[in-house]
Design a protein around this ligand. Structure first.
Ligand SMILES: Nc1nc2c(ncn2[C@@H]2O[C@H](COP(=O)(O)OP(=O)(O)OP(=O)(O)O)[C@@H](O)[C@H]2O)c(=O)[nH]1
Length: 613
């Protein structure tokens, strides 16, 4: 085992020093276990004030005016622009009280966190009649640091008329004219950025806040709420602590193994750490999988309607969205390009793509050649189907009724070969396939309808696809749905199909635990991990890869392809480095990376924020 190939630079970490200390104190008793430790003191990114070394007091407004250079007070309309009953204007920074006194002259400082009724005046206006900006405004004052931004915050709840808002916004900076650095209109997301800098929110909560503001559907809202707790932060931090602790154990071995007696041999210690790392990998994998599932809720579920020309794809789309979103016609090949429609189905944000019908040239009537446009449409349709999360194969029932001589021929007649080819190319691991038998009104009886559905289920290719998607074949009739009178509760079976689709979405987006859906433990306890962002998922993936490299260096591979390394081949320094790198990835998730990293991340995260937030 190679222990002394140069001391790594890791001692600088507080956690490592802590480990060294306890290791030295407990020398000779190296019974190793990875324990949960309470996080170190809460990390806090230096505030803009600290970073610029500009300290202000806001007790005396006159001195604030002179000293505020680097840390301007910001203000903005925080509610949506336009006519409304109430508009909220928010001010954050050291000049809050100065702003208050200039708009509410002669009035006492408002009691913190209480609503105070005030008339607002224009500080630059001398004419008594023109001075009043708004009467009956409510003022809230939140002194630092117990405020949303961690700075002094002032909120004016004014009447929501456009002119009132405009006048109050114009009045706020008036006393500071000529001192341009002291107060300015806020940039998008600047209030939240300050909350982050002042330790009021961690980066994960900032991301969840961005999701909350962007949420359009019920499921997106729930996802955002899950992410807004600090459960994820605590989970990542406990993993990071475990990794740092494990690394500390290895480092102690490097430093002291020559002069101290340890109960465990280096190989035993590595095996013990590897066991813990293996367990951590299971948890990471669950987190990574759930983050991908959460993406479906956040970005929407991409659904492709595939089928032969005239199968009824456009008719089905129109039934789903409840309007004429796509052209329906008896002419085969009507839909040429992808028709995308966004729709909320039971709280799930979905993007439906109605695609060009798929057929071969030989299947077209001799008078009809497949032209360039139709070919391009089919190419796009295939491409879209292969990247969709859910592929709905729309199969028309008409061929079935006209060709019932043999079960096999019937089914093959219904499911077009071109459509089958595309379904076969879909990835059952990542894509769900659903079959819809349309034009059920063509069946002569319920019995015929049932037997055709069974035939479809028996079809060798479809069977496999349907089984892997754990879905059923739905029988619908867009025509019946369209012609139904309001008395029929589920005309054409569209509602039953939508319910099935909803159940499929629930399965696709349900959280899984470290040992899969059927594994031990409570999977719902992992629901928060659905809220993990794409950025977090990428960093978790990188963390996972470092753990893999660590394991590759210290133990045989689980599939038996790689034998256990000889004791002399275990490089503990390199192994410890992989643990450090893995821990760093977790640190970056919470915004604890190098300063440059964090600024880059902030740039991306705050892009989504609007002014006033
Ligand atoms: N009898 C019956 N006809 C239907 C049903 N659904 C759709 N149709 C008819 O089938 C024809 C084709 O419908 P579309 O919805 O345009 O089919 P499509 O799959 O989008 O066709 P392409 O655009 O050519 O790919 C139209 O004449 C529809 O009225 C149904 O449930 N029953």
């Amino acid at each position: 085992m190679r222990l002394f190939r140069g001391r790594s630079h890791l001692c600088s970490h507080l956690e490592f020093s802590h480990n060294l200390l306890s290791r030295t104190q407990n020398a000779g008793r190296l019974a190793f276990s990875i324990q949960e430790r309470r996080p170190q003191t809460q990390f806090r990114w230096p505030s803009p004030t600290e970073r610029t070394a500009s300290t202000l007091t806001n007790n005396d407004p006159s001195t604030s005016l002179l000293t505020t250079k680097e840390d301007p007070t910001i203000y903005a309309l925080s509610t949506a622009p336009g006519r409304a009953a109430i508009a909220v204007i928010r001010v954050s920074g050291p000049l809050c009280l100065t702003v208050y006194h200039s708009l509410c002259p002669g009035k006492q400082r408002p009691k913190p966190r209480y609503a105070t009724l005030r008339t607002l005046y224009d500080p630059a206006e001398t004419s008594e009649s023109a001075r009043v900006l708004d009467s009956g405004a409510l003022v809230f004052y939140f002194p630092a640091p117990e405020s949303t931004t961690g700075e002094d915050v002032l909120e004016f709840h004014v009447h929501g008329g456009t002119a009132v808002v405009k006048a109050v916004l114009a009045a706020i900076p008036k006393p500071f004219q000529g001192l341009s650095q002291t107060i300015r209109y806020a940039d998008p997301g600047e209030f939240t950025r300050r909350a982050f800098y002042n330790g009021r929110l961690d980066l994960l909560q900032v991301e969840a806040l961005g999701d909350t503001l962007a949420a359009e559907t019920e499921q997106q809202r729930r996802l955002a709420v899950r992410g807004s707790t600090n459960t994820l932060t605590e989970r990542y931090e406990s993993w990071r602590q475990k990794l740092l602790y494990a690394r500390g154990e290895l480092e102690a071995l490097i430093d002291f193994s020559e002069d101290q007696h340890f109960d465990e041999s280096p190989a035993q210690l590595c095996a013990s750490v590897a066991e813990q790392v293996q367990e951590l990998k299971h948890q990471l994998q669950a987190n990574i999988d759930n983050a991908s599932r959460g993406e479906l809720l956040r970005n929407g579920i991409n659904i492709a309607l595939v089928g032969a020309p005239n199968a009824g794809k456009s008719s089905l789309l129109n039934q789903i969205v409840g309007r004429e979103a796509a052209i329906v016609s008896g002419e085969a090949g009507t839909t040429r390009d992808v028709v995308d429609v966004n729709v909320d189905i039971g709280g799930f944000y979905c993007r439906f793509g109605d695609l060009a019908g798929l057929r071969k040239a030989s299947q077209t009537p001799s008078s009809h050649q497949i032209g360039e446009i139709e070919q391009e449409g089919m190419r796009r349709a295939k491409q879209r189907a292969l990247t969709a999360d859910v592929v709905i194969a729309v199969i028309p029932a008409e061929s079935a009724t006209s060709n019932e001589s043999t079960a096999g021929a019937t089914v093959r007649g219904v499911v077009d070969n071109e459509v089958l080819e595309v379904l076969k190319q879909c990835d059952p691991q990542t894509q769900q396939i659903m079959c819809v038998l349309n034009k059920a009104d063509n069946f002569k009886s319920d019995q015929q309808r049932a037997s055709q559905r069974e035939n479809l289920g028996r079809h060798s290719v479809l069977r496999g696809l349907i089984d892997s998607s754990k879905t059923t074949v739905y029988t619908i009739s867009c025509k019946s749905a369209q012609n139904a009178n309001s008395g029929n509760c589920d005309p054409g079976g569209i509602q039953t199909f939508l319910d099935g689709l909803n159940q499929l979405f629930r399965r696709m987006t349900a959280a899984v635990g470290p040992y899969g859906r059927e594994g031990p433990g409570n999977n719902s306890a992992w629901a928060e991990t659905l809220g993990a962002s794409e950025r977090q998922r990428v960093l978790l993936q990188q963390c996972f890869q470092h753990l893999d490299k660590f394991l590759a260096g210290v133990q045989p591979s689980q599939d038996g392809h790689r034998a256990a390394p000889d004791e002399e081949d275990i490089d503990v320094v390199v192994a410890a480095e992989h643990l450090r790198a893995a821990a760093d990835c977790l640190a970056k998730i919470a915004g604890r990376g190098e300063a440059g990293d964090v600024e880059d991340v902030l740039g991306v995260v705050f892009e989504k924020f609007c002014v006033g937030k």
